[in-house]
Design a protein. Structure first.
Ligand SMILES: Cc1cc2nc3c(=O)[nH]c(=O)nc-3n(C[C@H](O)[C@H](O)[C@H](O)COP(=O)(O)O)c2cc1C
Length: 232
């Protein structure tokens, strides 16, 4: 399949057959997921590949027993995190420094700018500081105005994680299988199953399997491109 065949063949599959999808297929798609572009290369995602049959049933229940979740051969939970940036930043820096000394600009970016954007405190003092600084500086020059709050930061990490999910699903299609992303779930229950804290957000649960007959609901429909593509 060429790139556009993959794009055109990917559909949301609501019912799968009993066919086993080899682990290597999922592993390859997970590798593709982690190759996605991501904000400042901080890779704020996690993927929980649910292997235990017991946990799979619990997850399907938390996904409201949707057909996709019930019949999926594999269930993968994509999670975005606001608390892994410091660890990942240090790992990236170590890797970079192994080949050449860090430039002053890069050092400044990762050790001053990134912490000033990502750091949170329980009283919202950093958020207030960012709000004031962004709004005052923004009077004089164009600046990045977010993230301010914890909610904004979740938006940053979730945007990035969604791109990884798309890589994952396309990689599943490219290998001849089907998938379906789900946001129809009880996040509180999923977080309990996965033992996630308040610095994690469940972005999507993705079901993977071989599409069953009738498992794709009708032809793909998209609104007229003129409604959504604007040339200026
Ligand atoms: C973030 C997100 C959440 C979704 N949640 C669900 C879901 O909970 N259940 C479901 O059946 N489909 C879900 N879908 C699939 C969409 O309904 C589907 O992508 C859309 O109808 C277009 O169909 P297509 O993917 O076959 O092109 C979701 C898709 C996305 C991107």
């Amino acid at each position: 399949m060429n790139f556009f065949d993959v794009i055109n063949n990917r559909r949301s599959v609501r019912r799968f057959t009993d066919t086993t999808v080899p682990d290597e297929v999922v592993q390859k798609a997970l590798d593709a997921a982690t190759k996605a572009p991501n904000s400042s290369n901080l890779q704020p995602w996690e993927f929980y590949w649910c292997k235990s049959p017991e946990k799979k049933v619990q997850l399907a229940e938390a996904c409201l027993f949707q057909g996709t979740a019930r019949t999926a051969n594999h269930l993968i939970v994509a999670v975005s995190r606001i608390d892994t940036w410091e660890r990942n930043r240090d790992l990236i820096m170590q890797k970079m420094q192994a080949t050449e000394p860090l430039s002053k600009d890069l050092h400044n970016y990762y050790y001053k700018i990134i912490p000033s954007l990502y750091r949170q405190d329980p009283f919202g003092i950093f958020a207030l500081g960012r709000f004031l600084i962004f709004n005052i500086m923004g009077l004089f020059k164009p600046i990045v105005r977010r993230p301010i709050s914890k909610k904004d930061l979740f938006e940053v990490v979730t945007k990035t994680t969604a791109l990884a999910c798309q890589n994952f699903m396309l990689a599943i299609t490219a290998q001849g299988y089907g998938s379906c992303p789900m946001e129809g779930f009880d996040e509180k229950r999923i977080k309990k199953i996965l033992k996630l804290n308040s610095n994690a957000q469940v972005v999507m649960v993705i079901g993977v399997g071989a599409p069953a007959p009738g498992g794709i609901f009708g032809p793909q429909f998209r609104v007229d491109p003129n409604l959504v593509i604007h040339q200026l």
